[in-house]
Ligand binder design. Structure first.
Ligand code: GTP
Length: 400
């Protein structure tokens, strides 16, 4: 495995297993950050982030889970306070502040679950809560309706490589079937957040990027809820639009947030430790560009030689860390929210790559089976990712 550090030297996720190696951006190896074989994700508690626009049905989903018999001890954490601005402040709270927080009252429930509200969704604060409350099989974190999951997910993903007792399993986004198209088109309720993004240097020209876009583009599972409030035709429109934004996510329709099963839809998604052929095949089917702002795009190419692996890595670092294309290729602005790739190598191995915002992680696995595609695929979700220059630049970099 080969993972890289971002400019401020935050280490990437490191999974135990073959040839684990972490390097900084000068290419120097940092062996002490590699997790040991004993420190497997299985011994850690998975955390699913539940997000969704105001009123989409997040609390209804959690209440449903907390009253169902599922045989798991689940800790539900509600990040109830504050608006989007506060959340981002809370994420930067120092460890000292978080761990010295006064005990948080938990509400124990009949089916073994507990529930509590927190202001701080930082990793240290959540670990601290878990220490106070004993052993749990699972953590569900409900964010406020205006949260950007792209800011929250990297904290838990990164921390996995640092010996944390929790690891990120995935992001579930609830979508309100009745109101989502309006939210995507009008950004209703988002003005303050989008102004803040602009001030942070994001390029906010072009079609409107709303919180609803951010929550859909980062999702691993999307539950399109409140289906009782729309006609079949309206629902089809919503599904197509959501799919055109995020072609990687699993999509299910629900009423009153009643998921047909928890496993694979809310729990145990393994969204950050697996890159399956099936996911990428689906994303590659080319859903039409129904949304003007965010799209999923798939770039396919032939298997790589060993010497091309470094070139591919250079391409990723340039697009993710510098938000530009290698070799000064002219391009319009772009912004990548999520990426996945499966790349067969000519020596018979396979590279599996995961990314969220500007962090990515590369694992090497055994050769693809006969049933799996032998074609290399890079799937990008974000703004401006479908411009031809991105694909052309990748192919030129690999041939250079
Ligand atoms: N008709 C209908 N109402 C629903 C459905 N799911 C949830 N609701 C209702 O919609 C309202 C909002 O649901 P919540 O679960 O509180 O939504 P939320 O996403 O937690 O909302 P915020 O915390 O405000 O962001 C509640 O009154 C729910 O009872 C559904 O499928 N159909």
């Amino acid at each position: 495995m080969d993972a890289n550090l971002s400019d401020d030297e935050v280490p990437s996720l490191v999974q135990p297993g073959a040839n684990a190696k972490v390097v900084n951006d000068q290419g120097e190896e940092i062996p002490e950050l590699v997790t040991s074989a004993d420190d497997t994700p299985q011994s850690k508690v998975p955390i699913t982030i539940v997000t969704g626009y105001l009123g989409a049905g997040k609390t209804t989903l959690l209440n449903y889970i907390l009253t169902e018999q599922h045989g798991k001890k689940i800790a539900v954490i509600l990040n109830e306070f504050g608006d989007s601005i506060d959340i981002e402040k809370q994420l930067t709270v120092s460890d000292a502040d978080s761990t010295s927080a006064s005990p948080v009252p938990f509400v124990p429930l009949a089916n073994g679950c507990i529930c509590c509200s927190v202001k701080d969704v930082g990793v240290a604060a959540i670990e601290n809560l878990m220490e106070q409350s004993g052993l749990f099989d699972y953590i569900l974190l409900e964010t406020t309706g205006l949260a950007d999951p792209g800011n929250i997910a990297p904290m838990f993903w990164l921390d996995d490589g640092l010996g944390s007792s929790i690891f990120l399993d995935g992001i579930v986004t609830l979508v309100d079937a009745k109101n989502v198209l309006k939210s995507l088109d009008e950004g209703y309720g988002d003005e303050e957040k989008m102004e803040k993004r602009k001030n942070e240097g994001h390029d906010e020209h072009g079609p409107l990027l709303t919180t609803a876009h951010l929550q859909i583009s980062h999702a691993d599972v999307i539950l399109i809820n409140k289906t009782d409030l729309v006609s079949d035709e309206e629902l089809e429109k919503v599904i197509s639009r959501v799919q055109s934004i995020n072609g990687l996510a699993k999509i299910k329709t629900t009423t009153k947030s009643q998921v047909p099963q928890l496993e694979g839809l809310v729990l145990d998604l393994h969204a950050y430790d697996e890159v399956t052929d099936a996911d990428l095949q689906f994303a590659s089917k080319g859903h039409s560009h129904l949304d003007p702002t965010i799209t999923t795009t798939t770039i396919t190419f032939s298997s790589l030689s060993r010497s091309q692996v470094d070139k591919f890595d250079l391409f990723l670092r340039t697009i993710l860390w510098e938000e530009t294309l290698p070799n000064n290729t002219p391009h319009s602005p772009f912004e990548i929210h999520r990426l996945k790739a499966r790349i067969p190598l000519q020596d018979g191995k396979m590279l599996l790559i995961q990314g969220v915002r500007n962090i990515y992680d590369t694992n090497e696995s055994k050769a693809p089976t006969d049933a799996e595609s032998q074609e290399a695929k890079l799937v990008l979700i974000g703004r401006g990712v479908d411009q031809p220059a991105v694909r052309e630049s990748l192919l030129a970099t690999l041939e250079s």
